[in-house]
Design a protein around this ligand. Structure first.
Ligand code: ZN
Length: 147
């Protein structure tokens, strides 16, 4: 999933689960569950796009992930502590953060995170790999507001 998608899930977890001892494991598990669903992300078609474009799109994705989460906190979940939400968002994205040093810069110490993600990461190209993400996230936000 995109960093933005993982961040939205993290925001919802932070809004609904106030106990970090529960929210952090839940955030980690959500990363695996979200990546298991076939999806598009900035690394899709890496060979065709080239690493530089992947890096550029990923930076944009990460910035968008924080901006959108902030918007959700302000407008939909104002009772959630922003710093707490930020921690849970980072936990939701953590596998991708851990793999990034290897993925972008070839730092071997982080290869395990890349190999680990390959076990559960399923790709689906645009447009459906984006449309299904937006649909799932919209339903998740709606459920969080209703229950
Ligand atoms: Zn991932």
């Amino acid at each position: 999933m995109t960093a933005t998608g993982h961040a939205v899930i993290g925001t919802v977890i932070a809004a609904k689960v106030g106990n970090p001892a529960l929210a952090i494991p839940l955030a980690l598990a959500s990363h695996i569950a979200a990546d298991f669903i076939p999806h598009w992300d900035t690394g899709t078609n890496r060979e065709k796009k080239g690493l530089q474009r992947v890096l550029f799109e990923t930076i944009f994705d990460v910035l968008l992930s924080f901006a959108l989460s902030y918007g959700l906190l302000v407008f939909l979940f104002p009772k959630t502590e922003p710093l707490y939400a930020f921690l849970i968002i980072l936990a939701s994205q953590s596998f991708d953060w851990l793999m990034a040093p290897y993925y972008f810069f070839g730092i071997k110490a982080f290869k395990w995170a890349y190999d680990l993600q390959k076990l559960f990461d399923n790709k689906l190209d645009k447009p459906w790999g984006i449309i299904n993400q937006v649909g799932i996230l919209a339903l998740l936000i709606l459920a969080a507001l209703l229950f």
